[in-house]
Ligand binder design. Structure first.
Ligand code: UPG
Length: 691
């Protein structure tokens, strides 16, 4: 099997250190499989990792003690090595629940190592802790702590780490082809600089900085400083705080080191991962207050049982052997933690947001999920598949066509229900376009002549990454991202597209932003994005007839009746649709109306324009009004004639597909609406407001 098909299995990859390590692994070219039982973490962290690295990651919700499930993963994928984080990790809890800790941490590891041995995978990087040293100040000369410091863990958690180190050591002694790296972490702090990923402790945080962050954001009243009568410069205990991104990079260094060890020799070795620099509780307190911009309340209370004066690493062994060194400062960590905290005050938890797997029965595929977000009277469900709008419930009533059974979205006759349409919405004449003297040939998916809605594998048929769900005072957002590969459907250049849904004041706003990423070999492409929701205010799976539509424009792109492609003329619609028009079976639309004739005025990124109302819709039988507004120069009005799928028949919904002019890329006057070059941004906004 080719090297690119080999994976690193990361147990506990949804957790705080695991998720940051997965990012570094992917940044260093590794392919990753995550196994996590999510008992103390959530899949949202994985979704955010995918968003950050712009790649999909294989994920299995599995407890390591499930030997059969684990073996199945090893049977299916070629695993090259394992980074083993999965463990229960709260010191205090471990004193109350020793059996649970021994069972989860040790039995889980034994099962993992057994499965590894059975599959001849003998490379393991183990997530250990400085806690194995116990109180190093019991010796006179052990600060900073070297790896040779005798071990003496003082609590069940620490004892499980110590036991697992020894299990791996004994395994190597019994069979020297094993390669084991033991990484003893000091105090990990900080968050990912993107602000998308950080520590999200359940309940009351035990650790200093997560607690302090919750004080800063108003979730806790004050910090309790556990003792200021230690023999340190300010009386508080000293720890070696290390930025989680530095710590994550230590795993790559260890893995690379193991990979260089000859298979027949094997090895077992411990490395401290710390900075070598000690900071007191007050040092950290002041550094964090500086980032927050104010002094945070605190109170000095008695010492915490089990705390010791000083735990500072000697990182010399890792520095010299692994060629790894912590590079980020306490200030960096405090800045990143504060960004994470203000942007995610409740961690991964968002009010009014939930998701579920959106698979066909029996399949557990996390990339296929359905996200529901609500605000006031509006609740919207959006899938990763096509970032499609599956439902828009206003005051409890659904107003768009959508399926509850995911497999129906895959049916050939699905008329793009709710989907994001890209890379190029609407038609492209002859499935080709020319730019900078180069002719690009695209997938002709309409009668073998025309490209429609981006081709056979358009955005509507791809899984978007994310979403990032965010909660603001008076609105909520969901952001999805898609990387459409160079050459997909024949389009040149890689293309990154962000689709952001905002739910505010009973409206759904959709924002698109596309760029050609730096790494793309080619520098130019064509983009036109829209949403293909079918609306029906009265009865989503019956007819739209009786619906009354009124537009603010009455001009449209004249098309050749055979090809459905524009002739270039902008002409008046035969009946005045700026007056209320009642839909009936004789009134069909599949036409591109023009919001503004002056095509030259419109640039690639229309997001800066103010939203213009384009269509108002009512139905006499329901007290709902839909108003569509957009920054875009045109919209396709479509009455869904001839669509017939499952419970939905012809004319069961109408579409207002905002976007650029049809076939704009093949028209000299219009092409600058849609030709995107590296360094430029394509952008658009459209809003569906309900009253
Ligand atoms: N501290 C406070 N108030 C708090 C929390 C902590 O004063 O609310 C102090 C605590 O007394 C200590 C310092 O802050 O002096 C750091 O405490 P904490 O963040 O809880 O870390 P440690 O107790 O050093 O333990 C961490 C991990 C543990 C790991 C160890 C390795 O929790 O799992 O083994 O670091 O050094």
């Amino acid at each position: 099997m080719a090297v690119q098909d080999e994976y690193i299995l990361v147990t506990g990859g949804a957790g705080y250190i695991g998720s940051h390590t997965v990012i570094e692994l992917i940044n260093h070219g590794y392919k990753v499989i995550i196994v996590d039982n999510l008992c103390n973490s959530c899949y949202d962290a994985v979704a955010r990792v995918e968003f950050i690295v712009r790649k999909s990651i294989k994920f299995f919700k599995l407890d390591l003690r499930d030997k059969e499930g684990l073996a199945q993963i090893f049977d299916t994928f070629k695993i090259k090595g394992v980074i083993h984080f999965a463990a229960l990790k709260a010191v205090g809890e471990s004193m109350k629940l020793p059996l649970e800790y021994y069972d989860n941490n040790i039995c889980g590891t034994i099962t993992l190592l057994n499965v590894m041995r059975e599959h001849r995978v003998k490379t393991v990087v183990f997530s250990s802790s400085a806690t194995v040293y116990g109180d190093a100040t019991r010796f006179d000369n052990m600060i900073p702590i070297p790896e040779s410091c005798p071990n003496d863990p003082t609590n069940p958690y620490g004892k499980t780490k110590y036991a697992i180190e020894n299990i791996i050591k004994d395994l190597h002694t019994s069979d020297n082809t094993w390669r084991g790296a033991i990484l003893r972490y000091f105090n990990p702090i900080g968050a990912h600089p993107s602000g998308l990923l950080g520590e999200d402790p359940l309940g009351i945080p035990n650790n200093l900085l997560p607690f302090l962050a919750q004080v800063a954001i108003g979730r806790r009243e004050k910090l309790l400083v556990f003792g200021d009568d230690y023999d340190s410069h300010d009386g508080t205990p000293i720890r070696d705080y290390i930025h989680v991104v530095d710590l994550a990079k230590g795993h790559i260094a260890a893995l690379n080191y193991l990979n260089k060890i000859n298979n027949s020799e094997g090895m077992y070795r411990e490395w401290n991962l710390g900075t070598g620099k000690g900071s007191s509780v007050f040092d950290i307190y002041h550094a964090f207050c500086k980032e927050v911009g104010k002094d945070l309340p605190y109170e000095v209370v008695g010492r915490r049982t089990g705390d010791v004066l000083n735990l500072t690493a000697s990182p010399n062994r890792a520095n010299s052997e692994l060629k790894w060194k912590a590079e980020l400062s306490i200030t960096d960590a405090c800045r990143d933690l504060w960004k994470w905290t203000i942007e995610n005050p409740f961690g991964f938890q968002i009010d009014n947001y939930k998701w579920k797997l959106f698979n066909t029965l029996g399949i557990m595929d996390y990339k296929n999920r359905l996200h529901t977000i609500c605000f006031q009277d509006l609740e919207v469900s959006i899938a990763n598949y096509g970032a499609l709008v599956q439902a828009v419930r206003y005051k409890g009533r659904n107003l768009v066509n959508g399926f509850n059974d995911f497999s129906r979205y895959k049916l050939k006759e699905n008329p793009f229900f709710g989907a994001t349409i890209g890379r190029f919405a609407n038609r492209i004449a002859n499935g080709q376009f020319e730019v900078d003297g180069h002719l690009y040939t695209l997938c002709k998916n309409e009668n073998n002549k025309t490209t429609l809605h981006g081709g056979n594998n358009g955005f509507d048929k791809q899984f978007f990454l994310g979403p990032i769900a965010r909660q603001y005072e008076d609105y909520n957002t969901l952001e999805f991202i898609l990387v459409d590969k160079d050459g997909n459907n024949g389009f040149p250049s890689d293309l990154e597209t962000l689709v952001k849904y905002t739910i505010k004041n009973n409206s759904l706003e959709i924002e698109y932003k596309s760029v050609i990423p730096e790494y793309s070999k080619l520098n130019v492409t064509a983009v036109n994005l829209t949403n293909h929701s079918y609306w029906n205010l009265a009865s989503p799976n019956k007819t739209i007839d009786g619906t009354i539509i009124k537009s603010t424009t009455n001009v449209y792109l004249k098309v050749n009746s055979e090809t459905s492609l524009p002739t270039g003329d902008i002409v008046e619609w035969q009946n005045d649709i700026t007056k209320p028009t009642k839909l009936d079976p004789n009134i069909s639309f599949d036409n591109c109306f023009i919001v503004d004739r002056e095509a030259s005025k419109f640039c690639l990124d229309t997001r800066k324009y103010s939203l213009k109302n384009i269509v108002e819709v009512i139905h006499p039988s329901v007290p709902v009004k839909l108003v569509v507004s957009t920054t875009e120069p045109a919209f396709q009005l479509y009455t869904g004639d001839g669509n017939d799928i499952c419970e939905f028949q012809s004319r069961s919904g109408f579409c207002v597909e905002t976007g650029r002019f049809i076939n704009a890329l093949n028209n000299e006057k219009w092409s600058k609406q849609v030709i995107l070059r590296k360094g430029e941004v394509y952008g658009a906004r459209s809003k569906f407001s309900l009253y």
